[in-house]
Design a binder for this molecule. Structure first.
Ligand SMILES: Cc1cc2nc3c(=O)[nH]c(=O)nc-3n(C[C@H](O)[C@H](O)[C@H](O)COP(=O)(O)O)c2cc1C
Length: 221
C-alpha cells in the first residue's frame, strides 16, 4: 500500500546535506544594487548544477486583488527590468492589463537560495517581443502560434490539430508573427535575497528603491 501524504511530508527535509551545499553569504559585501547580485547568484546557480534556474513563479492579481501564480521563463534581466513573455490574451495577460504589477519568485534549492522581486510591469514594444520570440526555438514559436492560452479547450484532439498546424507553420515561416505574444518587463521596487543557513539563521537582504537610490536592509528570518 502507498504511503499517505502526511507520512511522506514528515519524511522530507529541505536542504539535505547530500544534495545541498549552503554557501556563506555576507550581506555587507553585497553589491549596491540588486541586478548585480542577481547576475552573480544566477551564474553561481548554473555552476552549482541547479536544474532550470531560469524558471520562476510569476504572481499577478485580478482587478479585485485576488492573487494568482504560475511558472514562466526568465528571458533576461537588465537595467530595464526582469523580462518574461506570454500571450496578452492569457489570464495573466488580462490581469496585467487590469493591474500592471507583479511579483517574481526564484527558488534554487541546490544552494538554499530564494529571490523575490515585486514592482510594476510594462509591455515591451511589439517588435521587441516578436524579435525575442523569433530568436528562440522552433518549438517556442510553434507553442506561441498554437494560441488560445488560458481559454477552455474542447478536446485534446483540437489541441493536437492546432499544434500540428502551428509546428508546420513555424518550420516553414520562422519569422511568423504572433501578435498576442508579448514581452513584459518587471521593474523591481523591492528585491529580496534569501540565503538558507543550516542553523536556521537565514540571511535575508532586501533592496528597496527610493528617490535617493537603493536602500539595503536585513530582515529577520
Ligand atoms: C517550466 C515552465 C515554464 C513555463 N514558461 C512559460 C512562459 O515562459 N510563458 C508562458 O506563457 N507560459 C509558460 N509556462 C506555462 C504557464 O505556467 C501557464 O500554464 C500559462 O502561461 C497559462 O497561465 P495563465 O492561465 O495564468 O495566463 C511555463 C510552465 C512551466 C511549467
Amino acid at each position: 500500500m502507498g504511503r499517505d501524504l502526511h507520512e511522506l511530508l514528515t519524511s522530507l527535509r529541505v536542504w539535505d546535506p547530500e544534495t545541498t551545499e549552503l554557501p556563506v553569504f555576507d550581506p555587507a559585501a553585497a553589491p549596491g544594487e540588486p541586478l548585480a547580485l542577481f547576475t552573480e547568484w544566477f551564474a553561481q546557480a548554473v555552476a552549482a548544477g541547479q536544474a532550470e534556474p531560469h524558471t520562476m513563479s510569476l504572481a499577478t492579481a485580478d482587478a479585485d486583488g485576488t492573487p494568482d501564480v504560475r511558472t514562466v521563463m526568465l528571458h533576461g534581466a537588465d537595467a530595464d527590468g526582469w523580462a518574461f513573455a506570454t500571450h496578452s490574451g492569457s489570464r495573466k495577460g488580462g490581469q496585467l492589463a487590469a493591474r500592471p504589477y507583479a511579483a517574481l519568485g526564484f527558488y534554487w534549492p541546490v544552494q538554499g537560495r530564494q529571490i523575490r522581486l515585486r514592482g510594476p510591469v510594462t509591455p515591451a514594444p511589439a517588435r521587441e517581443g516578436q524579435a525575442d520570440l523569433h530568436a528562440r526555438s522552433t518549438g517556442a514559436l510553434a507553442a506561441a502560434l498554437t494560441g488560445g492560452q488560458s481559454h477552455v479547450l474542447g478536446s485534446v484532439e483540437e489541441l493536437v490539430r492546432a499544434s500540428e498546424e502551428a509546428w508546420e507553420r513555424a518550420r516553414r515561416e520562422p519569422d511568423a508573427p504572433v501578435p498576442s505574444w508579448t514581452l513584459y518587463r518587471l521593474q523591481p521596487q523591492e528585491a529580496e535575497f534569501f540565503q538558507g543557513d543550516a542553523r536556521r539563521r537565514h540571511v535575508r537582504l532586501r533592496y528597496r528603491r527610493t528617490d535617493g537610490g537603493w536602500v539595503r536592509e536585513l530582515l529577520w528570518p
